[in-house]
Design a binder for this molecule. Structure first.
Ligand code: IPM
Ligand code: MN
Length: 356
C-alpha cells in the first residue's frame, strides 16, 4: 500500500531523531512491500526563523493532504527567556492542534523489566505499571476565551471552557481503549471546585452507559497526582482535561525511567500526529546523542493507528525491545557503552530487515 507522511522535524534534536524513525519506516516498507512517501515541512522556531510563522500555511496544507504526520519536537531556549517575544514556537504546536482538530493525546506508559532500575521509584512500586493516559487536547484553559490582560496591565485572566461535545468525544475514545484493556477507566477532574469538571463528570456518566462492561471511577486531580507515585499500578486508562493531562502525563512519563522512550499519538478529526513526548533537548542538538526510541515507537503508533498496519507496528516494537535488550542504546540508557542516535536507528532498521 501507499501512504503519505508529512514529516515535521522541528527544532533541537527533532531532525536527528526523525531521521531514525524514517530509516525504520523505510525498512518496514521494504520488508512488507509498502510505499511510504515522506514530505517535509517547517514548524517551530526554525519555521519562525525562515518564514516568521511557527506554523506556515504551507505546512498546514501538507499535513491536511497527508495520511499522517510524524512530528519531532519544538522549542528553542532563545524564546524561553524572552517573555516579550511576539511569536513563539509553541504557538505552532497549539495552532496545529486546533487546525487539525487533534482532540485527544494518547500516551501509553508501561515499564520494561530491563529498564526498571532507571525509574526514580522503587521496583515494587513500578513493576508492571501499564497506563494509558488520554488527555483532551483542544479545549479547556489552553484555548478558552477570554484570555488576556486588563487595560492597566495589572490583572490577567485565562478561561477554562468545555462543551459536552468536546468532553464526550474524548471520553468515548478513552472508553474504546478501556474496552480493549482491563475495562477500567478513571476520569480525573476537580469537580469539588470547577464547573467544567462537574460537566466532565455528568457527561462521562452518560457516555459510559453505552459501554456495559466498563467500570468508571472518578478522582480529583490532586489525589491522582499523589496516587500516580504511591500506587501507579492501580491505574489503567486515565482520561482528563487539557491542563491536568499536560501535568499528569509528564508525571506518568517519569515512572518508567526513560522519558526518551515514550511515544504519543494526537488523534485528529481527519489527520493524526505522532510524536515522542520529550521536548527539543537543545543542549544535545547536533551531537548525535539523543535517544531516538520515543520517535521510532511513535512511528510504530502511526502504522498501527493511522494506517492499521498492526503486524508492522508490532515489528517496530519488537525491534526496539531487542535494541534495549542488546543494550544497543544511547547514553541516557547506557552510560558505559553509549551508541549514537544514528547507530541506534540503523541497528533497528537492520534488525527489521533481517528478521523473519
Ligand atoms: C506538551 C507541551 C505543550 C503543552 C507546550 C509546549 C505548549 O508541554 O505537548 O505537553 O503544554 O501542551
Ligand atoms: Mn507538556
Amino acid at each position: 500500500m501507499d501512504f503519505k507522511i508529512a514529516v515535521l522535524p522541528g527544532d533541537g534534536i527533532g531532525p536527528e531523531i526523525i531521521d531514525q524513525a524514517k530509516k525504520v519506516i523505510e525498512a518496514v516498507g521494504i520488508k512488507f512491500n509498502h510505499k511510504f512517501n515522506f514530505k517535509q515541512g517547517l514548524v517551530g522556531a526554525i519555521a519562525i526563523d525562515k518564514t516568521g510563522n511557527p506554523l506556515p500555511e504551507e505546512t498546514l496544507d501538507l499535513c491536511r493532504s497527508s495520511d499522517a504526520v510524524l512530528f519531532g519536537a519544538i522549542g528553542d531556549p532563545k524564546y524561553d527567556n524572552d517573555p516579550s517575544a511576539k511569536v513563539r514556537p509553541e504557538q505552532g504546536l497549539l495552532a496545529m492542534r486546533k487546525e487539525l482538530g487533534l482532540y485527544a493525546n494518547v500516551r501509553p506508559v508501561s515499564t520494561l523489566p530491563s529498564l526498571i532500575e532507571k525509574s526514580p521509584l522503587k521496583r515494587e512500586i513500578v513493576q508492571g505499571v501499564d497506563i494509558m493516559m488520554i488527555r483532551e487536547l483542544t479545549g479547556g484553559i489552553y484555548f478558552g476565551k477570554p484570555q488576556g490582560r486588563s487595560e492597566d496591565g495589572n490583572t490577567a485572566y485565562d478561561s477554562c471552557v468545555y462543551s459536552r461535545y468536546e468532553i464526550e468525544r474524548v471520553v468515548r475514545l478513552a472508553c474504546d481503549y478501556a474496552m480493549k484493556r482491563s475495562k477500567k477507566i478513571t476520569v480525573v477532574d476537580k469537580a469539588n471546585v470547577l464547573a467544567t469538571s462537574r460537566l466532565w463528570r455528568e457527561t462521562a456518566v452518560i457516555a459510559v452507559k453505552d459501554y456495559k462492561e466498563l467500570t468508571m471511577d472518578f478522582m480529583f486531580v490532586d489525589n491522582a497526582a499523589m496516587q500516580l507515585i504511591q500506587n501507579p499500578r492501580k491505574f489503567d486508562v486515565i482520561v482528563t482535561e487539557n491542563m491536568f493531562g499536560d501535568i499528569l502525563s509528564d508525571e506518568a512519563s517519569v515512572l518508567t525511567g526513560s522519558l526518551g522512550l515514550l511515544p504519543s499519538a494526537s488523534i485528529g478529526l481527519s489527520t493524526s500526529v505522532f510524536e515522542p513526548i520529550h521536548g527539543s533537548y537543545p543542549q544535545a542538538a547536533g551531537k548525535n546523542i539523543a535517544n531516538p526510541l520515543g520517535t521510532i515507537l511513535s512511528a510504530g503508533m502511526m502504522l498501527d493507528l493511522a494506517f492499521n498496519l498492526k503486524t508492522e507496528a508490532e515489528v517496530i516494537k519488537t525491534a526496539v525491545a531487542k535494541s534495549i535488550e542488546a543494550e544497543y542504546v544511547t547514553e541516557d540508557l547506557n552510560r558505559t557503552h553509549p551508541r549514537s542516535t544514528s547507530d541506534v536507528g540503523e541497528w533497528i532498521a537492520r534488525y527489521i530487515q533481517e528478521s523473519n
